[in-house]
Design a protein around this ligand. Structure first.
Ligand code: ATP
Ligand code: MG
Length: 141
């Protein structure tokens, strides 16, 4: 059974610095993701720590949150059937060295940390992450 899902993606600071915003949004639209809302913003170190709280304690937590607060990002709320898994597939593996041809990370990621794009990994994290960046009225139909 196909179900319409929402997910949150972030074009990370490395991809914004590479002028890849347009290319990544084009790939999202070509793959039938509907953009419900989008915004470009910078987050603080503290906000990055809150967003990635599940990774607190991991060895890369400090550099990851430094990176995510190092410059502008673009957050998008997306909708599609099977959006969460389909977005992860289009993103490619976390480490671009393992990312498949045709994925966003294969094209734009520099390394395992500076990997161009974030995508929610489950329905509960998608709900948390969407509400982190967007107010209810911004996602209303
Ligand atoms: P994201 O959550 O950003 O969509 P992901 O789900 O593919 O990526 P996670 O395991 O959730 O990967 O890790 C979150 C982020 O932390 C990665 O996207 C990457 O930027 C960074 N990261 C993960 N593993 C490492 C590592 N071994 N070394 C450095 N940074 C890492
Ligand atoms: Mg993740």
């Amino acid at each position: 059974m196909k179900t319409l899902q929402r997910t949150l993606t972030i074009i990370k600071p490395d991809a914004v610095r590479k002028n890849a915003i347009g290319d990544i949004i084009e790939q999202l639209e070509k793959n039938d993701f509907r953009i419900l809302a989008l915004k470009m913003l910078e987050i603080s170190k503290h906000q990055a720590e809150q967003f990635y709280a599940v990774h607190a304690g991991r060895p890369f937590f400090r550099t990851l949150t430094d990176f995510m607060s190092s410059g502008p990002i673009v957050a998008l709320a997306l909708e599609k059937e099977n959006a969460i898994a389909d977005l992860r597939k289009l993103m490619g593996a976390t480490n671009p060295a393992s990312a498949e041809e045709g994925t966003i990370r294969k094209k734009w990621a520099t390394n395992i940390e500076h990997n161009a794009i974030h995508g929610s990994d489950a329905e509960d994290t998608a709900r948390f992450e969407l509400s982190f960046f967007f107010a209810g009225y911004e996602l209303a139909e």
